[in-house]
Design a binder for this molecule. Structure first.
Ligand code: SAH
Length: 243
């Protein structure tokens, strides 16, 4: 899930606001070792590139990514890469998580649908910025692990469902935004339908196993699809029994 975008310019040092968040049940993750690594990740991988949204930078500076990777890979949790999470799946590169989050311009009060829960990291990041996150994972073991992890860490605004995200989550629709974190060969119709008018979807579109194009889709006032290409990416495929 490496992206092929701008090269890393190290050197810009902007302290990520380690803002206080409103969730009382959140377990403390203030180990200085991780905080230092997180701050460095924010400065060198996000600020030094093109992540400008202060709320996105703040949330990336506080969600404990090391809690979302397998124990053996904790030491690499804040490195500039995707990492394996089991079942042949991956947690996305931090830059890509921040980029996709910034692309939908998340705001308080919104409801967001994610397809491809994986570790639950992207869902946790989103949930600190919006009101509810609905996330669907195809593989039962990953869904269960993510559900337990998010509960333990204190992310009650994330709702995890096991199933095929190709069909979306009709009972919870419409959504202000949809974030698809697996590569699709086309935009699934149901996901576009479940977008609110004016809503945004960020989705990697392209061949499975190859390079996809991250696209920003917006539903226009008359329900029309507006689409623009953001950057080349490589995601694990969206698996769908009908495709
Ligand atoms: N967002 C994740 C990374 C996801 S990797 C994170 O933050 O860790 C992509 C995930 O999409 C994988 O876990 C894969 O099992 C899942 N996936 C693939 N096809 C799917 C489908 N049709 N519906 C739901 N999830 C799917």
């Amino acid at each position: 899930m490496k992206h092929f975008g701008p090269t890393l310019q190290v050197g810009l040092v902007v302290a990520a606001a380690l803002a206080v968040h409103g969730c009382a049940a959140r377990i403390p993750t203030g180990d200085p070792q991780w905080e230092t690594q997180r701050r460095q990740m924010v400065d060198e991988q996000l600020v030094a590139r093109d992540i400008r949204n202060a709320d996105v930078l703040a949330v990336m500076g506080r969600v404990p990514r090391h809690e979302f990777v397998p124990d053996a890979l904790r030491g690499r949790a804040y490195s500039d890469s995707a990492l394996p999470i089991g079942e042949g799946q991956t947690i996305s590169q931090p830059y890509i998580v921040a980029f996709m989050t910034q692309a939908i311009n998340p705001r308080a009060g919104q409801r967001v649908l994610e397809i491809g829960t994986g570790s639950g990291y992207q869902a946790a990041v989103l949930s600190d910025l919006v009101s509810e996150v609905y996330t669907i994972e195809l593989l039962p073991s990953l869904a269960e692990e993510a559900r337990t992890r998010l509960e333990r860490l204190g992310y009650p605004k994330v709702h995890v469902r096991t199933g095929d995200g190709f069909y979306g989550w009709p009972e919870a629709a419409p959504f202000d935004a949809v974030v698809v974190t697996c590569g699709a060969d086309q935009v699934p119709e149901a996901l576009f339908e479940q977008l609110e008018s004016g809503g945004k979807m960020v989705i990697p579109v392209g061949p499975a196993g190859g390079v996809q194009r991250l696209r920003l889709i917006q539903k226009g006032p008359n329900g029309e699809m507006q689409s623009r290409e953001l950057l080349p990416v490589r995601f694990v495929p969206l698996r769908h029994s009908g495709s």
